[in-house]
Design a protein around this ligand. Structure first.
Ligand code: HEM
Length: 251
């Protein structure tokens, strides 16, 4: 942790401060950032796979059942008979849950330390452009995403009204998605959440490249491009679904 506000003032006025200039934090900042980078990348991997799975809503029925319903069933039965029904899914859920808790703890730890260290001095050397906007809105987009995930689980996984539609039935993934997006306010909320996901993911991936210590010029250029490409693909793939329901392309 760097110099605190009081100490900085003292130093600026030529005073000698007896306080230590650096306090040793419980967890070093690099370890917190590394935790955020790893948990963030796990989530990035999840949203990419989830988006590809969601696009199965556009595939024709298979054996008289919507392809996306079979896909949902696959996640509940994968690992059988070696593993009990639903156990692989629960392992994945626990990984995601632990990941999100660590990620949120990391975010508040880093932001708290940055404020403490900067004191009254504001940051001025901003990058400008989209990355700068994404940087400044990380906490806001993160909070919207957390609210979205809670709503989304109540809506399409657990099926609790009013988040879920009155037509919700467990296992009927296709029908549940169509029913939920037939409510324009819900569809718009999903679209806004996907825009927040784009901003959060693009900056998160961009910063993870640095936090994982990738400093080579060529690698940084490639990975910085990927940090725009992957979130853009996730955005387009996911937004397509509520738009398709609202436009009546799928029903
Ligand atoms: C338009 C975009 C999205 C659609 C259409 C969608 C659709 C779905 C559906 C249908 C399920 C339930 C699957 C089942 O019960 O078999 C589900 C579960 C889930 N979704 Fe999404 N999703 C979207 C975006 C997202 C995003 C952006 C995230 C994360 C930030 C996310 C996180 C999850 C999680 C954590 C589950 C629970 C998986 C489980 O525990 O069973 N989803 N989603």
């Amino acid at each position: 942790m760097t110099v605190k506000y009081d100490d900085r003032d003292a130093i600026a006025h030529g005073k000698i401060t007896e306080k230590p200039l650096r306090e040793r934090p419980g967890y070093p900042t690099w370890a917190v950032k590394l935790t955020m980078a790893i948990t963030g990348l796990i989530f990035a991997g999840f949203v990419v796979v989830h988006m590809v799975g969601n696009l199965k809503i556009f595939l024709p029925d298979h054996d008289g059942r919507p392809a996306i319903d079979e896909y949902g069933e696959f996640f509940r039965t994968v690992g059988e008979p070696v593993m009990p029904y639903g156990s692989v899914l629960w392992i994945l859920r626990i990984i995601l849950l632990v990941g999100i808790i660590l990620h949120i703890w990391g975010a508040f730890t880093i932001v708290g330390r940055a404020h403490q260290s900067r004191g009254k001095f504001r940051r001025t050397n901003k990058m400008g452009g989209l990355q700068s906007f994404a940087t400044q809105t990380m906490i806001v987009t993160g909070i919207v995403l957390l609210a979205f995930i809670i709503f989304h689980l109540l809506d399409l996984t657990i099926g609790v009204q009013p988040a879920a539609s009155s037509a919700f039935e467990h296992g009927e993934v296709y029908a549940n998605v169509v029913a939920t997006f037939s409510r324009p306010a819900v569809a718009i909320f999903y679209i806004i959440a996907q825009l927040c996901l784009f901003l959060h993911l693009t900056h998160g991936m961009w910063v993870a490249v640095s936090d994982l210590g990738i400093v080579g010029k060529r690698w940084r250029a490639v990975l910085s491009f990927i940090a725009y490409l992957v979130p853009a693909i996730v955005l387009i793939g996911n937004v397509l679904i509520p738009v398709a329901v609202l436009a009546g392309w799928i029903s």
